[in-house]
Design a protein around this ligand. Sequence first.
Ligand code: DP6
Length: 361
Amino acid sequence: MSEIFIAKKTINSSVLKGSFVSKAPSNIALVKYWGKKDIQIPTNPSLSFTLNNCFTKTELFFEKKETENDSLDFKIYLDGELKEDFRPKIELFLTRTKKYIPFIKDYIFEIHTHNSFPHSSGIASSASGMAALSVCLMKLEKQINSDISDKYFREKSSFLARIGSGSAARSTHGRVVVWGETQDIEGSSDVYGVKFPYKIHSNFENYQDIVLLVDRGEKQVSSTVGHQLMNGHPYAEIRFVQAKENILKLKEILISGDLKKFVKLVELEALTLHSMMMTSSPYFILMKPNTLQIIEKIWEFRRSTGSDLCFTLDAGANVHLLFPEKEKDVILRFVESDLKVFCDSGKYISDFIGEGCIDKV
Ligand code: DP6
């Protein structure tokens, strides 16, 4: 199936020099991707909300080589500074995608990238970063071959992003995105993300996400290593079945607008992700004492107010607070009075569900 994404031989060889810009958002998974085969083929489907304020903006400068050769020629900059330590990841990405975008060997690239969130926030930039770069590369492909359809552009942008980082497959589209094949979501695929294809209840309109920055240090275990630990994990198979069932449950919740069920399912998914890490070999605890303090506070708040606030976690200690827009003022006051104290330097980021970078393409 991936073969359909091999670019046609160069049609317009007069594309000599220029640049493209893309801004791709980060995303937060509600049903988690944890475990993969080959190059980011997920062992279970996942579903995420696309964010708005946390994004990567990338400008890709390109210039045609004077003489043809097979080497990949690029430089990568973060906020104007040459980043040699980003090189291996981008080199691997370009090497793996070369089969699908063979024209990249005809150009010299400069990749200039900027994240809206601080580098040391514990928020991974690989999803938004790989998505932004992939969309820039697709803009170049479209300039070389203007025949490509909007559908092909959308699917291949996510397809390329996935080759860079699994969760990046969900960062090219907006709002609610599913990645990973399941009979319960029409059009879903293991090789690219798709927009949730059903009407979402108005309760989820502008759903809010406040990211509490509990630990801004380097991750103890990279996602790549974490995924590998699912190979031979004693609970892996049952987890993959559960995730698939949770996609169906969440689909029904998103359609019906049942926030009580949403809270239960989202928190169960977050804690299941962490329980997989706690029971792998080697095992890890990525939550910090403050993560647990926050969870206790959320549960207490929910009991005493009847709020629909809930949390989810990434593979780290930060806590994402998810809640309906109508609770925004109350939750912000609660964060200021009770939760901020558990954040590193009192820092948190307010965000909400946003549009993806290619929705208008
Ligand atoms: C816990 O996409 O970062 O955030 O595919 O190896 O790059 P690679 O991993 P990555 O894994 C994300 C894991 C997660 C859950 C999720 O986003 O679904």
